[in-house]
Write a protein that binds this ligand. Structure first.
Ligand code: ZN
Length: 285
């Protein structure tokens, strides 16, 4: 799933490529992809794209000038991609959710891999984005990292670190991949109670949020003009079950769930304990 660093680089690349592009036609082949009714998607036709930005894990495509300014807020869910193509999608392409065709011949596509239709877009007046429930309920952005004091306030609630850091209402932008990286970087257990971190641990967690900025820097180097389907994610621990920890050499352990995996270094994060899957999946609920 695209998280803050992946969406940030996608937004930067699309912003550079789409500025001043004029919308020629629009299409929403996804049955449930367009969540808004007014204004209709067709309201974008003839408008100039003014920019693409990111809020949390969501890209926002803005178009129009002066009083006629619209914004398409997009949520890619677990398998969506927002990409620019220099040709038009085949009408038989079942991955297409929302297509924005430009006069240049390019096409901005919200696509979704897999069979589920979850990704969505919502068209609204540009000045309404901040008040949209998906945006208004977001916690502070995880990058640039909030101050230590703000982070302390974020942590001052019930629950374990792993789900709390993925809760967009607590802190925005972190998902299943980067939470593992952040906790590994901070040498903290995914199951540590957030409210029980001492001052030193909060500092470590704060510093560890820096991995997001470093990932963006990495993408700036590694990603060309167009963002690929599969991002070259600079992961140290996530998806590295069975490999030696790059810091201490201990074998990286993992806890498997139905749709996700949590990876950690037992030596440095859980006091040498390899946590049993079943017990933990119950604990995490
Ligand atoms: Zn280690």
């Amino acid at each position: 799933m695209p998280e803050l660093p992946e969406v940030e680089i996608a937004a930067r690349r699309l912003d550079a490529a789409l500025k001043s592009a004029r919308v020629e036609s629009v299409l929403a082949p996804g049955m449930v992809a367009l969540k808004s009714v007014t204004p209709p998607l067709e309201a974008l036709i003839g408008m100039e794209v003014t920019g693409v930005r990111r809020v949390g894990k969501m890209p926002v495509v803005e178009a129009g000038i002066d009083r006629e300014r619209l914004a398409l807020l997009i949520h890619m869910m677990s398998a969506g991609r927002l990409q620019l193509f220099n040709s038009r999608a085949s009408l038989r392409d079942r991955r297409s959710r929302i297509l924005i065709r430009l006069e240049s011949g390019d096409e901005l596509r919200l696509r979704e891999f897999g069979t589920k239709q979850r990704a969505w877009g919502k068209l609204m007046q540009a000045d309404e984005v901040a008040d949209d429930e998906m945006v208004a309920t977001l916690g502070p952005e995880a990058w640039p990292a909030p101050g230590v004091q703000v982070l302390e306030e974020i942590l001052d609630r019930s629950g374990h670190l792993h789900p709390l850091l993925r809760d967009q209402r607590a802190i925005a932008g972190i998902g299943r991949s980067w939470v593992d990286e952040i906790l590994w970087e901070a040498r903290l257990s995914p199951f540590k109670k957030a409210s029980e971190l001492d001052g030193d641990e909060v500092e470590r967690l704060h510093d560890a949020l820096g991995v997001l900025g470093r990932a963006i820097d990495h993408y700036e180097e590694a990603v060309g003009e167009t963002v690929p389907d599969k991002m070259p994610m600079p992961l140290q621990v996530h998806r590295r079950e069975g490999e030696p920890c790059r810091r201490c050499g201990t074998t990286i352990a993992a806890i498997h769930y139905a749709e996700r995996i949590t990876c950690y270094c037992p030596e440095e994060q859980t006091g040498g304990r390899v946590l049993a899957d079943r017990r933990l999946s119950r604990l995490l609920k």
